[in-house]
Write a new protein. Structure first.
Length: 369
C-alpha cells in the first residue's frame, strides 16, 4: 500500500502477484503525482493505478512463471501467445480493447488462417487475461464479449483406407529391408578389413523403432507424445494392457488400453531387442525420443500417401473401431477424450446403425406393427 496524506492510501497490489521492486516503483509514481497534483493521477482519473502493467510485463513477471509451474502445455501456449500477439505486447492491460482483438482476428482470417486456429490463438490469450482479472491486475476482461468463430466440429476426418494402410505397411517393410541391407553392406566392408562388426539386424525383429511405433499407434490410438513418454513399466505383458500415465497424457488422466494380438506381439518382439530399461522407444542416447519426422515423411513418400499426419494414425484407430460397431463411449474411453463431443466426430462412420434406425420408421415397418 501507499499513503500520500492523512487517511489517503491506496492498495498497489497483492503479495506474490507484485514484486517488492514493482511496488516501490508504483509507490514512487503515486507520491510524485501527489506532490505535483495534490493526489495521485490514478485516483484523480478513477483508475486503480497509473502503472497498470503492459501485456508484456504481466506475461513475463506474473503469468508465465505461474503457468509454467501448473501446466504441461507451457511451451506450446507461450509460443502461441508470443507469435500471435506481438502488436499488443506494449499496450497496458487496461488499454486492450475488444476492437483491437477483433481487428487482429480479421487480419488472421484474411491471411488464410482457419477459424479453428484463430479460436485457439485467442484462447491462449484469453486464459492469460482471465488470470489478470483474478489477480486484480485488470478490472474487466477485454475478451468477455468476444465470441468464438463458429466451426465445423465434425468435419471430414483423415484416416487410412484399407488400401492406404496396406501401402503404408508395405513401405515400412521396404524401409526395414533397406536398413538391413545397408547394415549387411557395412559389415561386409568391415569384415574385409578385419574390423569389429556391427550388430546383425537380420537377427532382430525390427531394424529400428519406426515400424513398431507405427504399429502400436494404429492398434492403440496412443498419441505420439504419449508413445515417446511410454516406459516399460507401463506395459503389462501378462495382462496385455498398456497404461498411459496422467502425467504424460494430454488430458492429465491415466487410462488403460487393452493390447490386441498384433500390438502385444510387436511389443514382445521389440522388448527382446531393446537395450533400454526405461523408455520403450528411447532416443539414440537413451533418453526420451522426441522426433521421427524425417523417417515418417520418408515412408509416406514411398507409400504414396498424401496429406496425412502422424496424428491421423489415431484417427485410423478410432475409425476402425467405430466401423466394426464398437460403442462410441468405449471408443471415447480408449482415446482418453474427456468430452464425448470429441469422439462423436467418428459417429458417422457407423452407417449401418443409422440405416437400421431410419428403416424403423419406413412405411412397411409401420404397417407390420
Amino acid at each position: 500500500m501507499v499513503t500520500w496524506a492523512r487517511n489517503k492510501a491506496a492498495t498497489l497490489g497483492r503479495v506474490g502477484m507484485m514484486t517488492l521492486e514493482q511496488a516501490r516503483t508504483e509507490a514512487a509514481q503515486y507520491l510524485a503525482d501527489a506532490h505535483t497534483h495534490g493526489e495521485p493521477l490514478a485516483v484523480a482519473h478513477g483508475r486503480r493505478e497509473t502503472g497498470t502493467p503492459t501485456l508484456r510485463r504481466f506475461l513475463d513477471d506474473q503469468y508465465y512463471p505461474w503457468f509454467r509451474t501448473h501446466y504441461k502445455s507451457y511451451d506450446k501456449t507461450r509460443h502461441a501467445i508470443e507469435f500471435s500477439f506481438p502488436e499488443l505486447m506494449e499496450l497496458r492491460l487496461s488499454d486492450l480493447s475488444l476492437r483491437d482483438l477483433e481487428s487482429l482476428r480479421a487480419k488472421w482470417l484474411k491471411a488464410g488462417l482457419s477459424k479453428s486456429s484463430a479460436n485457439r490463438k485467442m484462447a491462449s490469450l484469453q486464459g492469460a487475461l482471465s488470470r489478470a482479472v483474478d489477480w486484480a491486475c485488470l478490472d474487466a476482461h477485454p475478451m468477455a464479449k468476444l465470441k468464438q468463430l463458429k466451426t465445423d466440429s465434425r468435419g471430414r476426418i483423415r484416416y487410412l483406407s484399407a488400401a492406404e494402410e496396406k501401402s503404408l505397411r508395405d513401405a515400412l517393410a521396404t524401409r526395414e529391408e533397406s536398413i538391413r541391407a545397408d547394415r549387411d553392406s557395412a559389415n561386409q566392408w568391415r569384415a574385409d578389413r578385419k574390423q569389429e562388426l556391427f550388430a546383425d539386424l537380420r537377427c532382430k525383429a525390427f531394424a529400428d523403432h519406426l515400424l513398431p511405433l507405427v504399429l502400436i499407434s494404429i492398434n492403440t490410438g496412443v498419441r505420439q507424445g504419449e508413445l515417446f513418454n511410454l516406459a516399460w513399466s507401463d506395459v503389462d505383458f501378462d495382462g496385455k494392457t498398456l497404461t498411459v500415465e496422467g502425467d504424460g497424457s494430454k488430458s492429465g488422466q491415466t487410462r488403460h488400453i487393452q493390447l490386441n494380438s498384433e500390438a502385444h506381439q510387436v511389443l514382445t518382439a521389440w522388448r527382446t531387442s531393446s537395450t533400454s530399461e526405461t523408455y520403450v522407444f528411447p532416443s539414440r542416447t537413451g533418453g526420451r525420443l522426441d522426433n521421427v519426422r524425417k523417417s515418417w515423411y520418408g515412408v509416406l513418400k514411398i507409400a504414396g500417401i498424401e496429406q496425412f499426419r502422424w496424428h491421423d494414425l489415431r484417427h485410423t484407430f478410432a475409425s476402425k473401431l467405430v466401423m466394426v460397431g464398437v460403442p462410441i463411449n468405449t471408443v471415447r474411453e480408449l482415446l482418453g477424450h474427456s468430452d464425448l463431443n470429441m469422439t462423436l466426430r467418428y459417429a458417422h462412420l457407423a452407417p449401418d446403425n443409422k440405416a437400421r434406425a431410419v428403416e424403423k420408421i419406413s412405411y412397411g415397418a409401420a404397417l407390420s406393427e
